[in-house]
Design a protein around this ligand. Structure first.
Ligand code: ZN
Length: 306
């Protein structure tokens, strides 16, 4: 149906992004509002309803399903957020999909936000044309989505792709998730800043560290890159991707991150798996999540297509 679009949302702890997304990933009426997620369920759903009304008022949106990207592990069969996510102030085992369907008055196709971003990069972004792509978002934490032949790999209960919480023998600080040796505190942007501060540097974000000429900053970057490379190496050995996409705030460092990361990957990957493997920056920026959520809604209407 040329010209038509679905409503798509990308919910985060701070922001709620909304847009109308066409079947080819085109975006119209993109906007970003406060998600009010920290204020609890009713504030969050008021924000979602207001965003839906604003996006729908801006132009035609099909009456079919809306796409929704959310933090947390979303159980595919039920649309429940398993356990809970620290990014939303909601009760454990929250029935997110059915609550959204009630609030929006339409069917909702829901998935984890990193899965949505990964699908968008695979279909219309930096990994277009890939067979198997892994999109890793390096920011406060480490997010990841895996797409195989145009379909998100969700795992049995929706939790596939949590590569930030792999126990890679890190001797660094403990992660709040409880996994012993979790790599995220060493591989994330917030970890980079913490390690640089421990070394005595006055920095407040990852950009400060990358822009510093201090050798202590270079050492902190080298350690972060090494842990990122171990994480990506493990994922590469397991899934044999042809494209690794790096996004998130830390990826704005560009070649200052990607060049050493590519070099470090050689240490942690088999030569057979490096052959043809591309490491690329994300292409869709802050719109990746809504584009992927919208593409999932389209995909649900045409299950035979990718
Ligand atoms: Zn962890």
């Amino acid at each position: 149906m040329p010209g038509s679009s679905v409503l798509a949302f990308d919910l985060g702890g701070t922001d709620l992004k909304v847009a109308r997304v066409s079947a080819d990933g085109g975006v119209r009426g993109f906007s970003r509002l406060p998600s009010r997620a920290a204020q609890g369920e009713s504030a969050l759903f008021a924000a979602i309803a207001a965003a839906a009304a604003a996006a729908a008022a801006g132009g035609e949106a099909r009456s079919g399903p809306a796409g929704f990207g959310s933090p947390g592990v979303i159980e595919p069969g039920t649309g429940i957020i398993l356990d809970r996510t620290p990014h939303l102030s909601l009760p454990p085992e929250f029935p997110m999909r059915s609550r959204l369907e009630l609030a929006l008055g339409r069917r909702v196709v829901i998935d984890n936000d990193a899965n949505c971003a990964a699908l968008a990069e695979h279909r219309v972004g930096a990994a277009r044309g890939a067979r198997v792509s892994i999109t890793v978002t390096v920011g406060t934490g480490v997010g990841c989505g895996i797409v195989v032949d145009g379909r998100v790999l969700r795992g049995a209960f929706g939790g596939a792709g949590e590569i930030g919480h792999m126990p890679l023998g890190s001797t660094g600080p403990a992660c709040g998730c409880g996994v012993v040796g979790c790599v995220e505190p060493m591989a994330s942007g917030s970890g980079l800043v913490a390690r640089a501060q421990e070394a005595g540097l006055r920095v407040s974000n990852a950009r400060d560290v990358f822009e510093s000429d201090d050798p202590r900053a270079a050492a902190a970057i080298e350690r972060m890159v090494d842990h990122l490379a171990r994480m990506l190496g493990a994922a590469t050995q397991l899934l044999n991707p042809d494209v690794l996409v790096i996004g998130g705030g830390v990826a704005q460092a560009g070649s200052r991150l990607l060049a050493p990361l590519e070099k470090a990957l050689v240490r942690y990957t088999l030569a057979s798996h490096r052959k043809g493997l591309k490491l690329v920056p994300a292409a869709l920026g802050e719109q990746a999540g809504v584009i992927g959520a919208g593409l999932q809604a389209w995909q649900a209407q045409r299950p035979d297509t990718t």
